[in-house]
Design a protein around this ligand. Sequence first.
Ligand code: 3HC
Length: 288
Amino acid sequence: MAKSMFEAVAVIGAGTMGNGIAQTFATYGAKVLLVDLSEDALKKGVLAIEGSLARVVKKGVITDADAKATLARITTNSKLEAITNVPLVVEAVSERPDVKAKVFSQLDRQCPPATILATNTSSISITQIAASTKRADRVIGMHFMNPVPVMKLVEVIRGQETSDETTAKIIAASESIEKVPVAANDFPGFVSNRVLMPMINEAIFCLMEGVATKEGIDTVMKLGMAHPMGPLALADLIGLDVCLDILEVLHQGLGDDKYRPCPLLRRYVAAGNLGKKSGKGFYDYSKA
Ligand code: 3HC
């Protein structure tokens, strides 16, 4: 098994992306400190990691002992102050610029100068996040895909001031955990969400206009275009609130109405139907 280039990593945010990132680094031998202000989120995050590792054990990819050793490498803490001496921090807190700015400014004050501060943001400007620190050259986007343990891609996004050295390190670190990094520049939605979200949005317009049923739309894309899952099911997996936030960033940041979020997406989010995580989105997960 390959070994993580960074032997110790702190991951902030124990939600879907954060716990997947923590699991992935720990799988490749890194000691991981998983931080979330909510004890409840930490408990749920660790449960999710246990469940995900159990799937991999069941497949025979790793042994039960490997899974236990991976779990043992992950410690949790509910205070940001607990992050002191790690070479890499990956932030995966909620997609709110004010929250990210606060976290990065505190990390900048308490972490050693050499620590790289990476963000898993799906669309917030890396340059803007870096501006809340005094180390913009060591701030970078490390955008993992959901589900993190399965998806090979890491989009590596350089902010305006990100150095070549930081970029090279994060590319090498991604390869060391057997991901495939792709470098991108700091524009709204980067590459992944700039291409993905208009497709999801258009699928929601199709549903709203009655072009086909939700199952019909998803089947067209699965069987017609060989996508592993249809765009509506994928939106449920990502989170409809996350999709809406990203579309708003694209719409505002690029100033083009082709990115306007579909009113039906707004209605689902307003109703609290956020997809898999809330038990209901375009599909019903309450019995799963
Ligand atoms: N942990 C560990 N392993 C997992 C897992 C998890 N959470 N979820 C799935 N797996 C593994 C399974 O064990 C299985 O392994 P195998 O290939 O060795 O048998 C494999 O993944 C496939 O899983 P399943 O057989 O259960 O189910 P599917 O074949 O339907 O695959 C899927 C599930 C991997 C989610 C697939 O449907 C898929 O690739 N969907 C598209 C996902 C995608 O597009 N993600 C990107 C979203 S965009 C994003 O994240 C960016 C953000 O900014 C919005």
